[in-house]
Design a binder for this molecule. Structure first.
Ligand SMILES: Nc1nc2c(c(=O)[nH]1)N[C@H]1C(S)=C(S)[C@@H](COP(=O)(O)O)O[C@H]1N2
Ligand SMILES: [Mo]
Length: 198
């Protein structure tokens, strides 16, 4: 059962849903730098910090109590596979706006994940209506290898922006390249423009 408002990512309405240079897969490959972290949700927290009126730290229980949305989207990995018709359930990034009043100087978001992984987004990409902090995929809790307990999903950009094992988001005035971005991946990563490498 889908929870909350259902949001259709605009790319799923395209006639041709496969961006240039991509091929379709039915499977869901697992990709990351390093191993799958073991996360104990009794100790896990979600933090929002940086250019805000008020920094916030939520327990897993508090995070799960936030209002939910369901997003339908396609996934495009820069290594060439695309997986269509994913259903994500979680907390819209719009909720973060209410949680922590963001100062007008904030122009970028650095997403922080377990083990020091980061990815960077402009504030406008982060707050697109189809971006969410997902706890479920296709109706099931995320598995550890796909990001349990929490992953970001940025449907309109290559999947490396969709950080797994998210622990917090930082609001900054200046852009700062994340893990893959500082290793040659494009700073933004629009699959329709084939923004693969920087
Ligand atoms: N924390 C973390 N998140 C990450 C990565 C990573 O190395 N660490 N890799 C990214 C990349 S390159 C891809 S393609 C997707 C893969 O997600 P999946 O394993 O669920 O398919 O996760 C993204 N999120
Ligand atoms: Mo990737």
């Amino acid at each position: 059962m889908a929870e909350g408002k259902i949001i259709r990512s605009p790319d799923i309405e395209r006639k041709n849903r496969i961006p240039p240079g991509q091929r379709l897969t039915e499977k869901w490959p697992v990709l990351q730098h390093g191993g799958v972290p073991k996360i104990d949700v009794s100790k896990w927290t979600f933090s929002v910090w940086g250019l805000l009126e008020k920094e916030r730290k939520l327990s897993y229980e508090e995070f799960l109590a936030l209002p939910r949305v369901t997003v339908l989207s396609d996934v495009h990995c820069v290594t060439g596979w695309s997986k269509l018709d994913n259903t994500w359930e979680g907390v819209s990034t719009q909720v973060i706006k209410e949680l922590a009043k963001i100062l007008p100087e904030a122009k970028f978001v650095i997403v922080h994940a377990a083990g020091g992984f980061t990815t960077n987004l402009s504030i406008s990409d982060f707050f697109e209506s189809d971006v969410l902090l997902a706890v479920k995929h296709d109706g099931e809790m995320l598995t550890p290898e796909h990001g349990y307990p929490l992953r970001l999903v940025v449907p309109r950009l290559y999947f490396w922006k969709s950080a797994k094992w998210v622990e917090g988001v930082e609001f900054t005035a200046r852009d700062r390249k994340g893990f893959w971005e500082s290793r040659g991946y494009h700073n933004r990563g629009d699959p329709w423009k084939e923004e693969r490498y920087g």
